[in-house]
Design a protein around this ligand. Sequence first.
Ligand SMILES: *Cc1c(COP(=O)(O)O)cnc(C)c1O
Length: 332
Amino acid sequence: MSNFEFPDRIPLANLPTRIEKLERLSRHLGGPAIYVKRDDLTGVALSGNKVRKLEFVLRDALDKGATTVLTCGAVQSNHCRATAVAARRLGLRPLLLLRGSRPERYEGNAFMDRMLGAEIRCVTPEEYETADDIMARIIEELKAKGEVGYAIPEGASNALGAMGYVKAAEEISAQMRENPDEFNFDYIVHAVGSGGTSAGLIAGGKLFDPAPQILGISVGSDAQPLAADIRRILSAMKDTYGVPFEFTSDDITIIDDYIGRGYGLNTPEELEFIRTAAQMEGVFLDGTYTGKALYALADQIRKGRFDRRDKILFIHTGGIFSLFAKYDDFAL
Ligand SMILES: *Cc1c(COP(=O)(O)O)cnc(C)c1O
């Protein structure tokens, strides 16, 4: 156990989230028992993994006197939606920088962004490469109007946001200790986008016992640049917040064989798997993150990566609303 003191946070998520067994899916795959940590149930509109990160980041925004919160992401970004909801909960104005052209129809997360009255600025993918600079410029514009802007990087994946998953690792370790006969997990598997969730879990694994091995499934980027991002976040957690741990590159395992058609796009096999999970377990996976990651886990089980006696904890990081922008893909 560690007596590291977390930075201050605002409680926004419903915690702890439950751990449930995927009884029928585990049997269907014929391999290790799969359990799911329901981080999709951190809330309703304000749900998913980003809420844990926002608890820390938005505390900092309030401490700095912010009146407007800026962040960036894809049109169906769960992070942008969660930030916009949380901003409104705290009486702040949300401003979102979205990658790509203005959607013809606002669906899923984008529908919610609009409903929240978030200011939406659409930028080309090229412009998006410099999203942090664009947000810094907007903060200057806001200053002239007497507003204080606070920029959150993509996915809230900076050292402070990642603290949300250090805390989640503490929560998982406590749940394992409370129920040692059943929750004796060998692995934690999760989807990797911007890397903050991974960084938090890896650092947390160094601080709290027991600590399962962490396996990240990339949903868009190659493993190498992603691992470099995660290393940067880990170093910043040590340097900026004094989180007491050491790490090497061996602590970071990213599988990048399941990107499929690319970020936010799905193969027919992935869509079929999402349907199977819904019908076997009543669990909705999203197409961009959790659907790909659990599909990857199922495929790795089929390929014999795990022992039958292993126990695996899959983190359901949320994302259900983006499914509502995929009617045509599912053709139901
Ligand atoms: C953002 C997101 C992830 C990835 O988390 P990162 O910390 O960005 O790597 C996974 N699942 C869902 C549903 C997400 O919205």
